[in-house]
Design a protein around this ligand. Structure first.
Ligand code: CS2
Length: 479
């Protein structure tokens, strides 16, 4: 892989004049390779000073690696024409919530703050994935109900809004950038429910004055590896301890409903729309739905990355058939979008060999991801009398995967908040395994839990997976 010679471009910064106007919760690789770059570009194009205070909600690693670099980092675009690095210099400060939750609340309560954006992953909202409602039994939510210094993302939003209300300041816009359907609606729901339990007058104020635009975010950002750091150092001559690697493609669609001001994002290609739902459905079902399907089945078949998986003709045929026969029929295309072209472009993005996106990484947190990525499509298709054997096979592969043993009987490192209870559902008899899983109210919508024909289809898929393995099953279906 070649790297363009010379020092990376620098995006961006003039000396900082004003305090940060955006606080971002969840400073993972995705935000640093997506939202932060758009915001830096918007600052550059408009000359306006925005700046971001980043917040890590769990660990100090990102802060510790970024601090010696003055919060700047390299974002490396992994394209067919080689690796293109640029330096992103838009973070003003990075806070670590567990070390000092009051500092995070203070940052969110600053008069200048207009937007609090979030990438805290699906499980960070402490909601029940199948219904979108706040999970009041979640340990962090139980903590946040009784303590003014919160732990959870909803807790930080509510306590900061409470402080702003008390000070007579307007609320900030809450900009959810996670892969949830109607993500603004979901975060608004959990915030209102938590606020109501703390102070009904606060909930009424948030309900009236708050803004929670929904968004669709898209860019494939695999985890950065130690080898990436070393390669980058050799090629640029500079050591960066916290670079991010990303594909060339990016998309950000946002509902234009902000409580206060915002950066001029249209100028840098963000689509500001009245209703983001068709974009979210398209992306969650066509991209994330097939990503998860390929992750479970590909992992079981011994493929390490998504690119390796779609380089296998059986899987390439499988994913094309999923789009064509099982997912596209469930969608209303966003205006101006051709779903066939979208599918073809997705296949090209998956096949990009420079993106080492591990099936294991995408397989994480399936209990939080499957409802919106796969199960909603299955439920709608079954209600309409359409067959969805490929998606059903993907759900069976998830069950097999979370059992914790692969096809060679080797252990799988399963990462999921429900991991222990999922593993305990495994049974020698596939029909009993399926029955146990279908009792999971937090994961399966009622329509599927009560659908005995679906239970039979899942059992047949799981039996086939056990007998023949993932690759053979995929090939049998669409190879
Ligand atoms: C992936 C997503 O890890 C996952 O679950 O499906 O992170 C995916 O790469 C992004 O949503 C692409 O925009």
């Amino acid at each position: 892989m070649s790297m363009e010679a010379g020092l990376p471009d620098r995006l961006f910064r003039e000396p900082r004049q004003t305090p940060a106007r955006i606080v971002h919760l969840g400073l993972g690789a995705f935000f640093r390779a997506h939202g932060a770059i758009y915001i830096a570009e918007a600052m550059k194009s408009s000359g306006e000073d925005w700046g971001i205070t980043g917040v890590s909600l769990q660990s100090s690693g990102t802060r510790d690696r970024l601090r010696p670099q003055g919060w700047a980092y390299t974002a490396v675009k992994l394209g067919p024409d080689g690796e293109k690095p640029q330096i992103v210099d838009v973070l003003r400060d990075v806070l670590v919530a567990p070390e000092n939750p009051q500092a995070v609340l203070d940052a969110m309560t600053a008069t200048e703050v207009q937007i609090v954006s979030l990438t805290v992953t699906e499980k960070g909202y402490c909601h029940e994935p199948s219904t979108g409602r706040l999970n009041r039994e979640h340990p962090d939510i139980r903590h946040d109900l009784d303590n003014p210094l919160p732990k959870s993302a909803p807790g930080f939003l509510v306590r900061a809004l409470q402080a702003r209300h008390a000070l007579g300041l307007p609320p900030f816009t809450v900009l959810c950038c996670d892969n949830l359907p109607e993500n603004g609606h979901v975060v608004r729901g959990v915030v209102l429910e938590l606020a109501e339990a703390i102070d009904p007058a606060l909930a009424a104020w948030i309900d009236m004055r708050g803004a929670f635009p929904s968004t669709m975010v898209d860019r494939i950002v695999p985890a950065t590896s130690a080898a990436d750091l070393d390669r980058l150092q050799v090629l640029t001559g500079m050591r960066d301890e916290a670079p991010v690697m990303h594909e060339p493609f990016r998309q950000w669609v946002i509902e234009d409903r902000f409580a206060g001001s915002r950066p001029d994002l249209e100028a840098v290609g963000v689509q500001m729309v009245a209703d983001v739902t068709p974009f979210e459905h398209m992306k969650l079902r066509m991209l994330n739905g097939t990503h998860s399907s390929l992750a479970y089945l590909g992992y079981l078949a011994g493929h390490e990355t998504i690119a390796d998986t779609v380089a296998d003709s059986a899987f390439s045929g499988y994913v094309r058939a999923l789009w064509q026969h099982e997912i596209i029929p469930s969608l209303t295309p966003p205006s101006g979008t051709d779903l066939q072209h979208y599918a073809t472009a997705l296949h090209d993005r998956y096949a990009n060999p420079a993106i080492r996106h591990r099936t294991w990484q995408i397989a994480m947190d399936g209990s939080q991801k499957l409802p919106q990525r796969i199960l909603a499509t299955i439920a709608e298709a079954r209600a309409a009398g359409r067959h969805v054997p490929g998606l059903t096979l993907a759900v069976a592969a998830w069950m097999r995967y979370v059992s914790g043993r692969d096809e060679a009987d080797q252990p799988i490192e399963v990462k999921d908040p429900l991991a222990p209870s999922l593993a305990a559902l495994w049974h020698e008899d596939p029909a009993q395994t399926v029955q146990g899983f279908l009792k999971l109210e937090a994961v399966f919508p009622t329509a599927l839990r009560e659908d005995t024909a679906f239970a039979d289809d899942l059992t047949a898929a799981l039996t086939g997976l056990m007998a023949d393995g993932a690759r053979a099953m995929v090939q049998k279906l669409h190879g």
